[in-house]
Design a protein around this ligand. Structure first.
Ligand code: ZN
Ligand code: ZN
Length: 261
């Protein structure tokens, strides 16, 4: 086993929102845990960005959803449909789809709308839910996934992934200020945190750069990545706002950016 077999790595696929943008695709994150390829959310443009990152859809073995808003789930249907072409023969490894409480119903409703066009061979797909009311821990193959409810939608959860090498990455999904997110992020190597709008444009259910920095500081994370930028963020000094509360290593996400852990 060489060192790459156990390494955890992260690439931002979509650093944007529901707003159409050539620069920022809707939300999605690519993670490699040894030989497993994980996606977190799959907003519009995910499959195109995956190709640009050099990954085929058939290689993806897990998709974890933070919540069901269309800018985070919109490309699930096209992803499943594409996995059936040509005749589903290209997918060899099972695909696990996971989300908070209600995800099974969400998936069943998609099947009511699209029928067999999005149904993969039952041997190749697992659907699972995480409890949206408490901290949860689940082992998958060579990595561990912990979840905790956050402040956005009833089903919203944040994820902490611990890779085979022991490195840990937290993905906030969408959230307002959250003590749970601080708890989940304690001492993490990387916190990928939403920072939807500048400080002056704070809205309920989302974080600003200084709030995300505050969470990172309280959790004592080793590195903070801000993402999920509405266009207003590109007109503001996001780094300066985040520096009001956080002085550690900081990255502002861009599509296709690989993040060192
Ligand atoms: Zn949302
Ligand atoms: Zn969102």
């Amino acid at each position: 086993m060489n060192s790459n077999d156990s390494k955890l790595s992260v690439t931002i696929l979509g650093s944007g929102t529901c707003v159409p943008s050539l620069k920022r695709s809707s939300c999605s994150l690519l993670m490699r845990a040894g030989n497993n390829i994980l996606l977190f959310d799959s907003g519009a443009g995910t499959m195109r960005r995956l190709l640009e990152a050099g990954v085929e859809i058939f290689e993806v073995s897990f998709i974890f959803y933070s919540h069901f808003h269309p800018d985070h789930t919109g490309e699930l249907v096209p992803f499943l449909f594409s996995n059936k072409y040509p005749e589903g023969s290209s997918r060899k490894r099972p695909l696990t789809l996971a989300g908070g409480t209600g995800f099974l119903k969400f998936y069943e409703n998609l099947k009511l709308a699209y029928g067999h066009w999005i149904e993969l061979n039952p041997d190749l797909v697992n659907i699972t839910e995480f409890d949206n009311t408490c901290h949860g821990t689940r082992r998958f193959d060579n990595f561990k996934a912990e979840t905790i409810p956050v402040e956005h939608n009833p089903e919203s959860i944040a994820y902490r992934i611990t890779g085979p090498d022991g490195a840990s990455v937290v993905y906030s999904g969408d959230t307002d200020f959250s003590d749970n997110l601080i708890m989940l992020s304690k001492g993490a190597d990387l916190l990928i945190c939403e920072s939807a709008l500048p400080d002056a444009l704070k809205v309920k259910g989302h974080l600003t750069p200084s709030q995300a920095g505050d969470i990172a500081k309280r959790a004592n994370v080793r590195k903070l990545v801000l993402t999920h930028f509405y266009p207003e963020c590109d007109q503001a000094d996001i780094e300066k706002e985040c520096r009001k509360t956080y002085s550690g290593p900081l990255v502002l996400a861009e599509d296709l950016m690989a993040i060192d852990i």
